[in-house]
Ligand binder design. Structure first.
Ligand SMILES: Nc1ncnc2c1ncn2[C@@H]1O[C@H](COP(=O)(O)OP(=O)(O)O)[C@@H](O)[C@H]1O
Ligand SMILES: [Mg+2]
Length: 268
């Protein structure tokens, strides 16, 4: 049984179809990349899995996690999954963090939300272990500092710590490196790969950038206009892309053989 099985998922906002009957699955420990241009339905798909869509959204189809149908779960039963079994990190670490709360306390809140009975020392120990895991420098010393006192890359590390502190089975990363510069982006990708190897973490890695996705994903699903138009193992997708849209995405990926004197093909 796959860890996550999405079958004919559709999401509508009124008459507008944001996602139209898409299917994919993720095995335990596996990373699936979801790639597509802006507006293709990637974030809506991830929010549907987390059951965080706004109330106007109408969903259809099925999302099974460890065999449990998430779409029909009452909110009260869904809540323990969110942030515990299923965790999510977003593109913009500054808006995802609370600006007036110490970062250590924010990670601690994620722990207490699921283990309300834990003592202060035990919570702090788990927080520091998570901050250590994401290689935040001087974590114990900086526990009480605020988000603005950290760099963009460090803030993304703190968000990743918050996501993995409860040891989830599936991490959804929605454009986790898009807001970061290229060097920091490479460090965060390396961190995600390490966490995955160490904990057997499964990942849904979302990006508009196929080259970035190929660095972490075992398989890639390509979305366009709310549909998955192609899916394959990463190496196969690069070797033999079937759909013209996938081919155009690949043309935009620089390779050793790319003629850098010519302008890059654009995506849209
Ligand atoms: N809350 C919403 N209300 C109405 N339409 C929405 C809402 N959120 C997203 N959409 C629409 O759904 C489509 C997919 O959006 P999204 O999943 O955010 O794209 P992506 O993440 O691939 O850039 C877009 O057309 C977007 O305008
Ligand atoms: Mg998005």
């Amino acid at each position: 049984m796959p860890l996550l099985q999405v079958l004919n998922l559709s999401v509508r906002f009124g008459d507008a179809v944001a996602v139209g009957r898409i299917s994919f699955s993720i095995a335990a420990g596996e990373t699936l990349g979801l790639v597509g241009e802006s507006g293709s339905g990637k974030s809506v798909t991830s929010l549907a899995i987390m059951r965080l869509l706004p109330s106007g959204a109408v969903t259809g189809g099925s999302i099974r996690f460890k065999g449990t149908e998430l779409l029909s779960l009452p909110e009260k039963v869904m809540r323990p999954y969110r942030g515990r079994e299923l965790a999510m990190i977003f593109q913009e670490p500054m808006t995802a963090l609370n600006p007036v709360m110490a970062v250590g306390e924010q990670v601690a809140e994620a722990v207490r939300a699921h283990w309300p009975g834990l003592g202060r020392a035990e919570v702090r120990e788990r927080v520091l272990a998570a901050l250590d895991e994401v290689a935040l420098p001087s974590a114990a010393k900086r526990y009480g500092e605020y988000p603005h006192q950290f760099s963009g890359g460090q803030r993304q590390r703190i968000l990743i710590a918050m996501a993995v502190v409860n040891k989830p089975a599936l991490l959804i990363a929605d454009e986790p490196t898009t807001a970061l510069d290229v060097t920091v982006q490479a460090q965060i990708l390396l961190l995600l790969r390490r966490l995955r190897e160490k904990h057997g973490l499964a990942m849904l890695f979302i990006s508009h950038d196929l080259a970035v996705t190929a660095q972490v994903a075992d398989r890639v699903a390509v979305m366009q206009g709310g549909c998955v138009i192609e899916e394959n193992r990463t190496a196969e997708l690069f070797r033999a892309p079937q759909h013209p849209y996938t081919q155009s995405l690949l043309m935009a990926v620089p390779t050793m053989r790319t003629d850098r004197t010519r302008p890059l093909a654009t995506l849209q």
